[in-house]
Design a protein around this ligand. Structure first.
Ligand code: SF4
Length: 413
């Protein structure tokens, strides 16, 4: 038998070759045909690729992935060329009586990312669900001021394997007592459509019956409104459920709450989302974080109703998570219920979402922010003051004159 030698690994994605990082590719981010090519280059028969893929993806919920049964030389070569897990679980916090599990993971270059596993017990007419909320980037360039990740700024894109391995982490947690992951949502750290190539590769691995085997209908990707990314997805056809983080229906306020709005305003985002719904036949989810006294008035509800009336759309109202360094808090529940009633009266489907894991800082980025350390008191005070001033001007209808945080190419400005 020809012995296997380590070669330049396939599937190495941008972002994995950071200083100090492991140069090997994460095996979960490598396509089966790439694995086959790697094996063929080492003189291995074609059936070895299937053997390796079967062993890895069948045992993917174990650490390390169970490669028993493969020839020792093949196992050793895999270890020299590939990393079986790109994440190290660094912190785990449970809340809501164990229904919410939040993990902080360390990557090979020392970057920190978060993922959350949420359990939804069975209820009348609904089977139990287990949803992993995962990250697509280290930090985020968009800078939404109600989000702890936005305050961290942008670090780098995640590789395909670093995205998929968050889902494998969740599956592993569940497999210990015989449960299975049912849903994946890309609503953790980062803007998925600014790392769209890697996100699409990860979705392929998750949806592929020969690999993770999760149906594409059980995958939701959220965007803060990257219009070129939405249009690219529309051209590709239905890949997963698309969620748009709207948070305000009027441009002045959305300029402040979702700074990307200064590049792609509400009308452009809605036009792209509508085209996507029309072309794919799939309903768009609109996420709307309810911030007390900022975006929760009757006028805001009316503007949202006018925007979405008649669309293939569903609105999720989410009470704002308590986030340090903002002057804001969640809208009171009666205000949220009145807001929902206005939308319902206008014929717009709406659900009020429960906050998960408030006591552990479920809002994405909070654990990583704690590890980054507390900013100086004076800087926090200035940030709060800036937000109060900017939101007051927005409520008066004044557009922001600040530049967009992201350029057309998706690079940080
Ligand atoms: S809410 Fe999403 S898009 Fe906005 S800063 Fe946070 S991670 Fe980025």
């Amino acid at each position: 038998m020809t012995s296997l030698v380590p070669i330049a690994p396939p599937g190495t994605a941008p972002g994995t070759a950071e200083p100090g990082s492991d140069p090997r590719a994460g095996l979960s981010g490598v396509r089966l045909d790439e694995v086959g090519a790697w094996l063929a280059s080492a003189g291995q028969p074609p059936y070895r690729a299937r053997q390796l893929a079967d062993a890895f993806w069948r045992g993917h919920a174990r650490v390390p992935a169970d490669l028993r049964g493969l020839p020792a030389a093949l196992q050793a070569a895999v270890g020299e060329s590939f990393v079986l897990d790109t994440l190290i679980e660094t912190e785990l916090q449970l809340s809501d009586g164990g229904l919410t599990e939040k993990a902080l993971h360390t990557l090979a270059d020392g970057s920190l990312i978060e993922s959350v596993l949420m359990h939804y017990p069975a209820r009348a007419g609904h089977r139990e669900r287990h949803t992993a909320c995962i990250s697509s980037q280290v930090g985020c360039a968009v800078g939404c001021p109600f989000c702890a990740t936005g305050e961290l700024g942008f670090g780098r894109d995640l590789s395909t394997a670093e995205i998929v391995d968050q889902v494998r982490w969740a599956a592993r947690r569940l497999s210990s007592d015989g449960r299975r992951l049912t849903n994946v949502v890309f609503m953790g750290m980062g803007e998925p459509l600014l790392n769209l190539d890697r996100v699409l590769e990860a979705v392929s691995a998750l949806a592929d019956a020969a690999r993770f085997g999760l149906g594409a209908r059980h995958i939701t990707v959220s965007t803060s409104g990257v219009v070129p990314g939405i249009r690219r997805l529309t051209a590709l056809g239905p890949q997963f459920t698309l969620a748009v983080s709207l948070h305000a229906a009027r441009d002045p306020l959305r300029d402040v709450l979702v700074p990307l709005n200064r590049r792609w305003p509400v009308a452009e985002v809605l036009a792209a989302a509508r085209d996507h719904a029309a072309s794919t036949g799939r309903r768009i989810s609109y996420e709307y974080t309810m911030i007390g006294g900022v975006n929760d008035t009757a006028a805001d509800a009316e503007a949202l109703a006018v925007l979405l009336r008649g669309d293939l759309a569903h609105v999720n109202l989410i009470p704002m998570n308590p986030v340090a360094h903002t002057p804001w808090t969640a809208s009171p529940m009666p205000v949220i219920e009145a807001f929902a009633a206005r939308l319902r009266d206008a014929g717009v489907p709406v659900t009020i979402r429960r906050n998960r894991g408030q006591e552990i800082g479920a809002a994405c980025g909070q654990l990583a922010a704690e590890h980054a350390g507390e900013p100086p008191v004076a800087a926090v005070a200035r940030r709060r003051e800036r937000l109060v001033t900017a939101s007051a001007a927005a409520i008066r209808g004044e557009r922001s004159v600040d530049p967009s945080p992201v350029r057309e190419s998706g690079e940080e400005a």
